[in-house]
Design a protein around this ligand. Structure first.
Ligand code: AP5
Ligand code: MG
Length: 211
């Protein structure tokens, strides 16, 4: 299974990716998580990306395309993968095509902007592995601690309301056109994001069972 997850910031891509990854035993490649890890480590790429992510803007195409090329060349991607947060622009989608990578589907999780703002305010993420939680909708077993790796849960810097608004507008301008791109290729699947994580999962797995 080679899958792209599309959807606005906060639509639940990371949340569903964790579940699909386990069910199909394929890795999730989240450009957002890779960039946040680089920021934390203070690498050159992290320093380049810092200002963009903090403003809620996209990191330049050549930077993320480089990240993806390197990551997809690793052995664990041979049997398939989930791309969470890539591609996010038409040039990124074209770069993927030029790498000779064909995907089985691009699955878009559709959630209204007003719902997104509500979700982001309660999101907590693991400072270690990047797993995503919510103060109301997806509580960790132990307060403030990641179920998966035991590291601390933190608030993402780009989840400030003003930055979320900017990320949403960037999404509508630059990423949403990818739906037409993959629709034209006969690869688009659309699922309406539900109020409960498990209800969205049921729709997502249903859509994937058809490919
Ligand atoms: P990235 O980390 O990819 O952010 P994003 O796309 O904005 O998406 P999020 O991670 O915020 O949301 P999500 O859809 O994963 O939602 P989640 O599952 O956490 O990118 C960050 C930045 O990096 C970008 O702004 C950009 O600067 C840069 N970047 C990354 N990739 C790039 C690229 N390709 N090109 C250029 N720049 C790039 O869910 C959200 C919350 O809701 C959670 O708290 C969750 O628990 C909760 N939730 C989930 N599902 C439900 C549900 N059904 N009901 C209730 N709550 C739910
Ligand atoms: Mg995410």
């Amino acid at each position: 299974m080679r899958l792209i997850l599309l959807g606005a910031p906060g639509a639940g891509k990371g949340t569903q990716a964790e579940i699909i990854s386990e069910k199909y035993s394929i890795p999730t490649i989240s450009t957002g998580n890779i960039i946040r890890a680089a920021l934390k480590e203070g690498t050159e790429m992290g320093l380049r990306a810092k200002a963009y992510t903090e403003r809620g803007e996209l990191v330049p195409d050549e930077v993320v395309i480089g990240i993806i090329k390197e990551r997809l060349a690793q052995d664990d991607c041979r049997e398939g993968f989930i791309l969470d947060g890539f591609p996010r622009t038409i040039p990124q989608a074209k770069a993927l095509d030029e790498m000779g990578i064909t995907v089985d589907a691009a699955l878009s999780i559709e959630v209204d902007d007003s719902e997104i703002v509500k979700r982001m305010s309660g999101r907590r993420v693991c400072s270690g592995c990047g797993a995503s939680y919510h103060t109301e909708f997806k509580k960790p077993e132990k307060d403030g601690v990641c179920n998966l790796c035991g590291d601390d849960l933190v608030i993402r810097k780009d989840d400030e309301p003003e930055t979320v608004k900017n990320r949403l507008s960037v999404y509508h301008d630059q990423t949403e056109p990818l739906k037409s791109y993959y629709k034209a290729a006969g690869k688009l699947l659309e699922v309406k994001g539900q109020d409960k994580v498990e209800d969205t999962t049921a729709l997502v797995l249903g859509a994937l069972s058809g490919i």
